[in-house]
Design a protein. Structure first.
Length: 96
């Protein structure tokens, strides 16, 4: 495991003032993944912006974890469809 790609959950929570229990709940719902090493838990750097976005949704709009899960699934589907649309546009340009 490359240390530069992962950050300790405790360090992240101390820096961002997000509760550790919130990040643990996100992990329970499968919204973020943990890496465990030497009795410490780490999150991938790519998940940091997702955690912060979900925290704002949870805090500002009072969205529960089930709602965060649904929102995350919908955003993933939208991203997948946008990628497919871009692929289809590129294919159509070949015939123009």
């Amino acid at each position: 495991m490359a240390r530069e790609k992962y950050i300790s959950v405790i360090h992240f929570c101390n820096q961002t003032h997000i509760e550790v229990s919130f990040v643990e709940n996100l992990h329970e719902y499968g919204l973020v993944t943990f890496e465990e090493k030497e009795n410490d838990v780490f999150i991938d750097e790519k998940d940091i912006s997702e955690i912060e976005r979900m925290f704002r949704l949870h805090k500002d709009l009072s969205i529960n974890f089930e709602g965060l899960d649904v929102i995350n699934q919908m955003l993933n589907r939208i991203q997948k469809m946008e990628n497919e649309i871009n692929l289809f546009k590129k294919r159509l340009k070949l015939y123009e």
